[in-house]
Write a protein that binds this ligand. Structure first.
Ligand SMILES: Cc1cc2nc3c(=O)[nH]c(=O)nc-3n(C[C@H](O)[C@H](O)[C@H](O)COP(=O)(O)OP(=O)(O)OC[C@H]3O[C@@H](n4cnc5c(N)ncnc54)[C@H](O)[C@@H]3O)c2cc1C
Length: 287
């Protein structure tokens, strides 16, 4: 279908963008890669009066190291994340997750900022950000504020973003050297959203888990941080009985919908299977 009529704006700075969004009102929307918003507009599920394109704002782009964090500008594409040597060296789970998003065409244009701001529980990056303990740097007309990814998601398509605010950057604490990681995603076919997926980042010391953080994708109205499951694993050597207990704790917080990807009970079980696989792979990578 063809989208409804809208006005198009292409600001050159963050301040210009947030001033436009605030002046144009709640029916104006930021545009990044367009790979969630434009399909919604074509289906007339979104009918913005104005699109404020963020792609000409140089300060929103790029991946850099700042102290103990990797800072990713909001309009950095999934493709750029996959190709980043900094990501490969310091937080490779970002590239692993980006690689299982959709297909190359989507990844060339789809951005990290759009993916985390969208609020669709099927997006892969939000659970990875919860797992990593990332913070979103938000910009609005009144200035800047930061919100933890773990506090950002309030319901399907509802986030902590206030009207007129944008995600300017994603700040990721660099995981400890030698950490193990994995993002495991079950999908029906290439290019599909997750039936269920699990992100794991852990550290090992003397054969035992020293820290463990777990995020889950598309098994609830929001991405989930499986805090209790991670806590259960700390101190263990990831023996089968402890993993089973942790998986049960993770499954217990899921609330998936029954849909074309399967009944809710199946999707909950698949979240457990993805978590078990992610833990095995993360352990094998930890040094
Ligand atoms: C065929 C297909 C398959 C896909 N499969 C997957 C998948 O498996 N996993 C996955 O994670 N994604 C998938 N996607 C979605 C894709 O990753 C999108 O690119 C992503 O969800 C949104 O990023 P974007 O840059 O395209 O944002 P846009 O589409 O431009 O925007 C998405 C929403 O976020 C808002 N927004 C954008 N940028 C900002 C910002 N900086 N601050 C505040 N609000 C902002 C917009 O107003 C809009 O509401 C798929 C898309 C397609 C078309």
């Amino acid at each position: 279908m063809i989208p409804g009529a809208f006005a198009y704006h292409r600001p050159k700075s963050i301040s210009e963008a947030v001033a436009l969004l605030s002046d144009l009102g709640e029916e104006a929307r930021p545009l990044s890669g367009g790979h969630s918003l434009i399909p919604m507009m074509k289906l007339r599920l979104a009918k913005p009066t104005d699109l404020v394109d963020l792609n000409a704002i140089a300060e929103l782009r790029g991946i850099r190291e700042e102290g103990s964090e990797i800072v990713v500008g909001a309009t950095t594409t999934q493709y750029e994340i996959i190709g980043s040597s900094l990501v490969a060296a310091k937080a490779p789970i970002l590239a692993e997750a980006a690689l299982v998003i959709a297909d190359p065409q989507v990844r060339y244009l789809g951005t990290l900022g759009g993916n985390v701001a969208n609020g669709d529980p099927g997006n892969d990056m939000p659970a990875v950000m919860m797992c990593l303990g990332a913070t979103y740097q938000l910009a609005g007309k009144g200035g800047e504020r930061r919100v933890a990814a773990r506090d950002f998601y309030q319901g399907a398509y509802f986030t902590a973003l206030e009207p007129g605010e944008i995600v300017a950057a994603i700040r990721i604490p660099i995981p400890a050297a030698g950490h193990g990681y994995a993002y495991e995603k079950l999908k029906r076919k290439i290019g599909d959203y997750a039936t269920a997926a699990a992100a794991v980042v852990l550290t090992m010391a003397a054969g035992r888990v020293a820290s463990c953080s777990i995020g889950l994708t598309n098994v609830g109205e929001t991405p989930l941080w499986a805090e209790e499951a991670g806590r259960i694993l700390v101190g263990s050597n990831l023996d089968a009985a402890t993993v089973k207990r942790a998986v049960a704790a993770a499954e217990a917080i899921t609330r998936p919908a029954s849909d074309t990807r399967g009944p809710a009970s199946y999707r909950t079980k698949m979240a457990g299977v993805m978590l078990t696989r992610a833990l095995e792979r993360a352990k094998s990578r930890a040094t």
